[in-house]
Design a protein around this ligand. Structure first.
Ligand code: HEC
Length: 148
């Protein structure tokens, strides 16, 4: 009986979480304080497969920048700042080197996150966001360089 109750409440909690996740989606664009990584719809982008490419294949691509903008605002803005203007919590990503050099550093950071001395400064995104979504975000960030 105890087992059943535990299981039942675990399901209830899982259900609640799923519900909360679903209902959070329409408001995600404004709720940049969200902690859970948000799924990113990459429809319209050329699929890249399982192997990570070295250089951003979407640089300058309008569709990627559009997808990257919303993905950035849902997953990165709470630390790195809205419109990629850092408020000081995390580095200002507009100062990453452009092109391949910046791509390498970018990919290493977003895939692994940053953990030092047991403290998570930035979560790893490899498990939660696709390669396509992460390169789209990079395309959006680079677009912001030129607007300054
Ligand atoms: C919980 C806060 C947080 C979130 C969310 C977050 N970051 Fe970070 N990020 C950091 C911090 C803090 C650092 C600096 C880590 C350090 O001390 O080196 C960092 C570093 C980076 C760097 C390296 C910057 C440099 O100058 O070396 C990149 C690139 C980066 N983040 C990209 C992203 C992207 C893209 C996202 C969203 C997919 C994201 N981050 C989400 C906190 C965050």
């Amino acid at each position: 009986m105890t087992f059943f109750l535990r299981t039942a409440s675990a399901f209830a909690i899982a259900g609640l979480a799923a519900f909360a996740g679903a209902s959070a989606l329409p408001t995600a664009a404004v709720a940049h304080g969200d902690v859970t990584p948000q799924a990113v719809d990459v429809t319209g982008l050329e699929p890249l497969g399982d192997e990570w490419v070295e250089e951003n294949p979407y640089r300058g691509d309008a569709k990627a920048i559009e997808i990257g903008s919303s993905a950035y605002n849902q997953n990165c803005a709470r630390c790195h700042g809205l419109e990629v203007i850092s408020g000081g919590v995390a580095p200002d990503l507009r100062y990453l080197p452009q092109g391949l050099e910046g791509d390498e550093w970018y990919v290493m950071r977003v895939r692994n996150g940053v953990v030092r001395n047991g403290m998570t400064y930035m979560p790893a995104f490899e498990e939660t966001l696709s390669q396509e979504a992460l390169w789209a975000i990079r395309a959006y960030i680079e677009e912001k360089y030129t607007e300054e």
